[in-house]
Design a protein around this ligand. Structure first.
Ligand SMILES: [Zn+2]
Ligand SMILES: [Zn+2]
Length: 476
């Protein structure tokens, strides 16, 4: 091993330029972590950097404030005398995971038709905010340091901002707010559309107007639902890109995927997700690959989760998961899942099971740019475990563990436009790091065993986990 080449140093000009980009894109947002000025060192464990490179054994990472300043073999990294040292020996260090498709307004409840009315009857907006806060915390404790939320009322903006200010503990959020759907399309009505705050349009002009309105409200990205016309998608993409925000499309059927691809939608979500569409034509796959357009399959929910729950229904009462819920919410979710095979959400499972493997493999084998996202929060798809289950499905379908981890870290960061700040462990990047028990390259389910979570240079789980109040009071 050429050890000396593994020690990396801060490229301050790169850091300065992405800071400038970040602040230009988000003028209304507070600067990231003014408070974190302490030095932290994670020392001893194996290091996966997020690149598809061999791991660095017996490694060390040094963090100053909210930035990584050094990473490499422990024998070559100088640990500052005043650093707080977290011993990671015998375990694996890797970049904080990124979830590119979550839903904070749902917590795995079985039915949108009863969940949203339950929220309304138990405090309304206050309960909805509480639910979103619980979701964000569950995600962070599962090692997910950044989450894309793809569908929520605009009140999610204040949850996002309070997490960023350090007032509440949660995954860093980038949010779409309400999705945009066609009045006559699949997302055009029902409890789901109302609960997730979906907006209906019927012309490209309206699509552009709604995009403008959402951008002005401060969303980080736009979610365009299925059932929109080519011109609708084009109008949304043009308006969003003017504001330098990306568009994610919720698309299954090949005709929708084709429209979204041709309109320049930045990320194709759900594609290949089993059941609602058989595998795509070779031409469709070829065009996605040639365009380098990222796909997020959201494979595990429904098709795999159904079978996994049938095999082990005890997962629904996992005591570790139970601890992450207030008792009244846990009781309501348990009630909703009593007869889970009969839920409307699972009524296409036969087709989903039929296509599930081909749906994922068609992208793995074609060399498509693949991110990792789960639709977490949907029925039985708990925030605390959705992402490691999704990653496991990809590995089971032939993706190497290293590529799957890269997809959930480095590739996901690039897909969401944060590749210069997040997604890898190297100097200059924001210090989002997790430590897991065991070796995920040997057994990917090691990702379910997150012992330490560092976000923005602050330890939120394991080690000497910070009290969020300490941070928010010192940042004022
Ligand atoms: Zn979706
Ligand atoms: Zn979704």
């Amino acid at each position: 091993m050429r050890k000396s080449s593994r020690v990396l140093f801060l490229a301050s000009s790169v850091a300065a330029s992405w800071m400038a980009i970040a602040s230009a894109q988000q003028p209304a947002r507070p600067p990231v972590s003014q408070a974190a000025t302490k030095k932290l060192a994670l020392v001893g464990g194996m290091l996966l950097t997020g690149y598809e490179m061999p791991p660095i054994h017996h490694a060390a990472i040094v963090i100053d404030g909210n930035k990584i300043v050094a990473a490499g073999p422990a024998s070559e990294v100088k640990i500052p005398a005043d650093a707080t040292v977290v011993d990671t020996s015998g375990r694996t260090m890797l970049p904080g995971l990124i979830e590119t498709h979550g839903h904070l307004v749902v917590l795995g409840h079985g039915s949108y038709e009863t969940w949203f009315p339950w929220i309304k009857a138990h405090g309304g907006d206050a309960m909805l905010t509480k639910v979103m806060e619980i979701s964000a915390k569950q995600l962070l404790m599962a090692g997910i340091t950044t989450t894309i939320d793809l569908g929520a009322p605009l009140s999610i903006l204040s949850v996002r901002d309070r997490i960023n200010k350090g007032e509440i503990v949660g995954s860093r959020m980038l949010v779409s707010g309400p999705w945009i759907a066609h009045l006559s399309g699949a997302g055009g009505g029902g409890a789901m559309q109302v609960g997730f705050g979906g907006l209906n349009i019927s012309t490209p002009q309206q699509a552009a107007q709604e995009t403008e309105r959402l951008a002005a409200a401060g969303v980080d990205l736009i979610k365009a639902h299925s059932g929109l016309t080519l011109d609708d998608y084009k109008a949304i993409v043009d308006a969003a890109h003017k504001h330098r925000i990306r568009v994610h499309a919720h698309v299954y059927a090949e005709s929708d995927v084709r429209h979204a691809l041709e309109a320049g939608v930045d990320v194709l979500q759900h594609v290949g997700s089993a059941g609602t569409a058989p595998p795509y034509s070779p031409e469709m796959i070829r065009d996605i690959v040639n365009a380098g357009r990222p796909v997020v399959v959201t494979a595990a929910h429904r098709a795999w989760l159904y079978a996994d729950t049938a095999a082990f229904p005890e997962r629904l009462q996992d005591p570790e998961m139970k601890k992450l819920f207030p008792p009244e919410i846990f009781a309501e979710i348990q009630e909703s899942l009593k007869n889970w095979p009969a839920l409307g959400y699972f009524q296409r499972t036969d087709r989903e099971m039929l296509y599930r493997e081909r749906g994922v493999k068609q992208f793995i084998e074609s060399g498509a740019v693949m991110g990792m996202g789960t639709d977490s929060g949907t029925p039985m798809n708990f925030h605390s475990e959705a992402l490691w289950r999704e990653i496991k499905v990809h590995v089971d379908m032939g993706m190497t563990p290293q590529r799957a981890i890269a997809a959930a870290t480095r590739v996901n960061a690039t897909i969401i436009g944060k590749g210069r700040e997040l997604g890898t462990i190297e100097p200059g990047k924001i210090a989002d790091i997790i430590v897991v028990k065991g070796n995920p390259l040997f057994d990917i389910v090691a990702l379910s065993n997150v012992e330490t979570v560092v976000k923005d240079g602050i330890v939120f789980k394991g080690g000497a986990a910070a009290d969020t109040r300490t941070r928010s009071s010192s940042s004022r």
